[in-house]
Write a protein that binds this ligand. Sequence first.
Ligand code: MLT
Length: 259
Amino acid sequence: MLTQVHDITLHYVDQGQGSAILLIHAFPLSSAMWQPQIVALAPHFRVIAPDLRGFGLSDVPPGPYSMDLFAADLAGLLDNLGIEQVILGGLSMGGYIAFAFMRHYPARVRALFLADTRANADTSDARVGRETNAQLAESQGAGAIADKMLPALLAPHATPELHAHVRGIIERNQPQGIAAALRGMALRPDSTDLLAQINVPTLFIGGSEDTLTTPAVLHEMHAAVVGSQMVELPGAGHLSNLEQPDAFNAALLTFLHAL
Ligand code: MLT
């Protein structure tokens, strides 16, 4: 489906009926990464999975794309769909955007799940790395970003088929969108202070072998959000929803059915 938000066209998946769940994808992927979750959740819930600006089949306007801008796009999408409140879920960059959404539109969030993400801002070294990667995307394309990131996105024992699947999702993105999101992530503020203010049911999910956003980082956030739950998925790396989809979906459905 397509909709106009802030003068751009956003593509999104909208499947199922019931309480609305908004799934925010990771960098540098698209809504395609949520396919195993859409299949599992849509029989029970209304699942909305947008391609963020710059990704998938959505428009690729000039950047940088701040996390606030992504969050405003999502609020606009929900307005267009006539949805006031959602269960909000994000993986990695999707989590950074979920924090921005919580900061700006807390009343629109009924429950939250955060996978393989972190609350803190980039270090100055990480910001330099973002700019290097943005220039790499611009000069050599999405394939060069896939080459560089895939070893960190998936656990070492991930299958060649999963590598090829994730590479395909990355390579369907435009280099300009990838660069704009990298520069936006570099600008994001620290969200650690927000954790103590979260007062909706919250689930943290993370792969035990995630080296980008380690289980220790997730456990720290879990400790800071009163009443939150935490599930660590053995054997999964950073893209835990794709690496251990059955365990990820089971944890999510247990959380969602208890709401
Ligand atoms: C992601 O998976 O969204 C990225 O690894 C996030 C990041 O680069 O910080």
